[in-house]
Design a protein around this ligand. Structure first.
Ligand code: URA
Length: 433
């Protein structure tokens, strides 16, 4: 089989056979197909799509491209949560400890930042000493002891996706339904959870900008999960503005810790509870969503979820003094204010532009080998619906440069101010089972 024929076939809009898909995944993982041919196929898939059957074969082949983790040594029904990627999305740091606080094991494999979205691993590494590379035995023992562990997609877990994920990031082929579905579900299948809750983002900061596309992605992933024996549901949630007020690595750890300590950041708190409630119901810990929600809310308010977060951070080597005193987290040299030149109400915040502005500051990667700066980021002072005066600070850039002009103009551009107070976006649109 020749890779060029596979590329041409997809370029011409034809369906690939199971063996062609497997050939590509196996040979690309083995290094015999070069990046430029893989990139060409990704672009052909981006434009021509894949059928549900092709996507399922791609997913299975990527899951089988390396080790599959057997988590049967973990006691209890293991649940995982995965977000399709957004801006300011630090929900894992809220749902993980919440679910762990009611005794349901969370064994999470996470990725690094992709495009304008941040990555869970990069954020956790803002905490000195925190390690995400661990042996399978350590991972299992952490989950058994503390009910929560987050590991990097290290070693040999879905290596095909690891290579493709990095390649897509720099070739403009991220926002494709079959590629995202295959990427996410291959990792989920290989990483062994019994049940999966997908947080599918929709809106300006999501890879899928419209509700229709997001629903299609959610449905595709739910079908793959259920077909391949995992109890899977998807929650479609809003990404028309960043989640919470903080964007960047250390910034997001700080905000998540504050929410776990009782700070009422409405969207973070509500989405965290919503996802945690679905996770615990799927795990059989509660008979109904309502009961789960009520108990989880208590765990958040009485500090038990925060204690579960501290335990998790310290079990993976993280310096707890940075959590107990959040001012010890990495901080940037300069704080540059973005000033409004209009008066009215914030009508829109283009989340993708905020993500790109954070990437320009160094919080994300423009190319796959870029190094992350954990200290830089953006604090939004205003969210959709907030009143704003001329001369008021809209946002603060945490920057290593005194004049980060590219980021500054990107943040300014992201904000649309209107005379009338706009309607707020819904936070949760739909649950797909
Ligand atoms: N998250 C993933 O794991 N893969 C994608 O392709 C997009 C978001």
């Amino acid at each position: 089989m020749r890779m060029v024929d596979v590329i041409q076939k997809k370029r011409n809009g034809q369906k690939l056979t199971d063996s062609e898909i497997r050939f590509f995944v196996e040979e690309y993982t083995a290094g015999t197909i070069p990046d430029y041919q893989a990139a060409a196929l990704m672009m052909a898939i981006y434009f021509k799509g894949m059928s549900a059957d092709e996507t399922a074969v791609l997913t299975e082949a990527m899951a089988a491209s390396g080790d599959t983790i057997d988590l049967s040594a973990i006691e209890g029904h293991i649940v995982d949560k995965h977000s399709t990627g957004g801006v300011g999305d630090k929900i894992t740091f809220i749902t993980g400890p919440l679910v762990a606080s009611v005794g349901v094991p969370v064994a999470k494999m996470s990725g690094r930042g992709l495009g304008h979205t941040g990555g869970t691993l990069d954020k956790l590494e803002s905490i000195s000493g925190f390690h995400i590379e661990m042996s399978k035995e350590e991972f299992i023992s952490n989950v058994n002891k503390h009910k929560l562990s987050v590991a990097g997609q290290t070693g040999n877990l879905a290596p095909a996706d690891k290579k493709l994920y990095a390649l897509r990031d720099v070739t403009g082929t991220v926002d494709s339904i079959p590629l995202i579905a295959g990427s996410i579900m291959s990792k989920k299948l290989a990483s062994g959870a019994d049940s999966i809750v997908l947080d599918v983002k929709t809106g300006s900061g999501a890879f899928m900008k419209t509700l229709e596309e997001s629903k299609a992605l959610a449905q595709e992933m739910v079908n793959i999960g259920n077909k391949l024996g995992r109890n899977t549901i998807a929650v479609i949630s809003d990404m028309n503005q960043p989640l919470g007020y903080e964007v960047g690595n250390a910034n997001e750890i700080k905000e998540a810790a504050e929410v776990l300590q009782g700070k009422k950041v409405e969207d973070l708190r509500n989405l965290g509870l919503e996802l945690a409630a679905h996770m615990t119901v799927l795990a059989g810990a509660f008979p109904s969503y309502q009961e789960a929600y009520q108990v989880l809310e208590q765990k958040l308010d009485n500090g038990e979820a925060f204690q579960a977060f501290r335990t998790f951070i310290s079990a993976q080597g993280g310096d707890l003094s940075m959590i107990d005193d959040l001012s010890r987290l990495p901080a940037a040299a300069h704080h540059v204010e973005v000033i409004s030149d209009k008066e009215g109400f914030v009508a829109e915040i283009d989340a993708e532009s905020i993500g790109v502005a954070a990437m320009y500051l160094g919080a994300g990667r423009a190319t796959k080998d870029d190094k992350i700066n954990h200290a830089v980021g953006i604090t939004l002072n205003k969210k959709i619906g907030d009143a704003i005066k001329k001369g008021e600070t809209i946002a603060v850039l945490h920057s290593e440069q005194p004049n980060p002009s590219d980021s500054l103009s990107k943040v300014k551009e992201a904000y649309k101010v209107s005379e009338d107070k706009p309607n707020k976006h819904q936070l949760i649109y739909e649950v797909i089972k």
